[in-house]
Design a protein around this ligand. Structure first.
Ligand code: B12
Ligand code: SF4
Ligand code: SF4
Length: 385
């Protein structure tokens, strides 16, 4: 028999209802200051948040969920598995998209389900108030997921559920009633493994459990606005949006189940997109194609910028005409990225195109063109290996 809780809402029934709605795991913890909060502040102080100024601006609210919902007493944390494991390798003009971003935007799917769960609670207990949280609110979600017993904070910084693995998205329902808590997950199941740290191509995992966003492909391709600096432009390793390398190599994902939510299933055109097609696409059509998907976060300008840098890194002959056309795009960021990419080709056509764009109206683009002409943006004399 479960002890009586607040207005009589049963923790077990609440979690069962969450699973019925399609979540793959649910756990409950008390609203408290998350134990990782001091670590989060150290991480910010060390500059590891890179250009994500919103984390700095909303640092204090992360100290307690009451900043999001003042009367909160309990936090229900949910996890949902998404998508399927990779099956195909990218071709020479294709890019990779992180698995979470191949279908529809998970935020809306999770918010809807959490709101439905809150409505279910309020049907029985109209006095209960709550707030659904998915990613964007200032909550240290992985810390709360661990406290609610859903898994451990792994060396790649992911929350790994022992049965579901780490290809999960998290959400939370903040409730103002007392509920019975689950025991926190108190084991570290990484053991002596260091596969994720060894596999990260940019050494962004600077220590177990520590990610420096200034070195992370996921950060550069999704969160960074504007031009990607030359020293990172050829470090995307084929990832046009996000990066899954430190999860793909993790043994805990080998036997993990595939996602059951159809909305998160991969769309073929967003799995291994043809990068030349993105460069050449009518801007409005591309905007329409990505609407309602996670790719919308980078907008057309971010996606085409990333695609341009990947093609330039590879120096794919077939991409040169599309890259040269991009030198006349309306977006200065794309013209400057195209200059970087075209400058890497060792061909008279590429040189001619560079010289023809020395007079670009934007000073930053002119600077990128000059760097490209000087060849200071990487080798343009040898063929790619
Ligand atoms: C900012 C952010 C990013 C940044 C920074 C990532 C990072 N590792 O911090 C970037 C853009 C790089 C990113 C990338 C990704 N993200 Co992200 N991201 C977030 C966001 C908005 C905040 C995370 C944050 O606060 N980071 C700051 C660090 C310090 O916090 P933390 O990693 O959670 O670290 C905790 C531990 O370190 C712990 N800790 C406690 N004590 C100690 C002591 C020591 C010594 C150490 C080392 C650690 C430690 O406390 C910390 C604070 O809670 C969350 C959503 C949210 N609101 O929480 C999603 C979130 C973490 N991201 C998510 C996803 C899916 C991704 C990607 C997989 C997307 C992709 N494929 O490209 C990658 C994964 C990269 C990776 N290995 O983490 C999911 C993760 C789900 C899961 N199962 O873990 C989240 C939870 C979003 C969601 N609602 O589902 N992300
Ligand atoms: S997401 Fe990619 S770049 Fe970032 S830490 Fe993981 S492997 Fe490294
Ligand atoms: S790859 Fe190994 S060290 Fe990294 S998260 Fe997975 S189990 Fe932990």
């Amino acid at each position: 028999m479960e002890p009586s809780q607040g207005p009589g809402l049963s923790s077990t029934e609440l979690k069962t209802q969450a699973l019925k709605l399609g979540f793959d795991a649910a756990g409950i913890t008390r609203a408290t200051t998350p134990p990782g909060y001091p670590h989060f502040l150290d991480w910010l102080k060390a500059g590891c948040a890179a250009g994500m100024g919103y984390l700095e601006r909303q640092a204090e609210p992360r100290s307690h969920p009451q900043f999001i919902h003042a009367p909160v007493k309990s936090v229900l944390v949910v996890a949902m598995v998404y998508g399927q494991p990779d099956q195909a390798q990218p071709g020479p003009t294709q890019g990779q998209v992180a698995r979470y971003a191949r279908g529809l935007d998970y935020h809306h799917i999770l918010w809807d389900k959490l709101d439905t769960l809150l409505a279910w609670v309020q049907e029985q207990h109209p006095e209960v108030t709550g707030r659904s949280v998915v990613d964007t609110a200032p909550l240290l979600e992985r810390d709360f997921a661990r406290l609610a017993g859903l898994g451990w904070m792994a060396k790649n910084t992911m929350l790994i559920h022992p049965r579901l693995g780490s290809f999960t998205v998290l959400g939370a329902l903040l409730l103002d009633c007392e509920l019975e808590s689950d025991p926190p997950f108190s084991f570290d199941r990484c053991g002596t493994c260091t596969r994720c740290l060894d596999a990260c191509p940019t050494s962004a995992l600077t220590a177990p459990g520590l990610l420096d966003a200034r070195k992370c492909i996921s950060y550069w391709t999704i969160e960074h606005r504007g031009l990607i600096p030359d020293e990172w432009a050829d470090q995307l390793h084929g990832w046009v949006f996000g990066c899954d390398i430190c999860q793909d190599v993790c043994p805990w994902n080998r036997k993990a189940p595939s996602g059951r939510e159809p909305g998160l299933d991969a769309r073929p055109e967003h799995t291994l997109p043809d990068l030349i097609a993105w460069l050449a696409a009518d801007p409005e059509l591309l905007r329409q194609q990505i609407r309602g998907t996670p790719l919308q976060r980078s907008k057309r300008v971010g996606l085409v910028r990333n695609a341009t840098l990947i093609l330039g890194t590879r120096r794919e002959e077939a991409a040169l005409p599309a890259l040269i056309r991009l030198l006349d795009d309306a977006e200065p960021v794309l013209r400057a990225s195209a200059a970087w990419a075209v400058g890497r080709y060792d061909s008279p056509t590429a040189k001619e195109a560079m010289l023809a764009h020395r007079g670009d109206p934007d000073p930053a683009v002119r600077e990128a063109v000059e760097r490209a002409i000087l060849g200071s943006n990487g080798p343009n004399t040898s063929q790619p290996t």
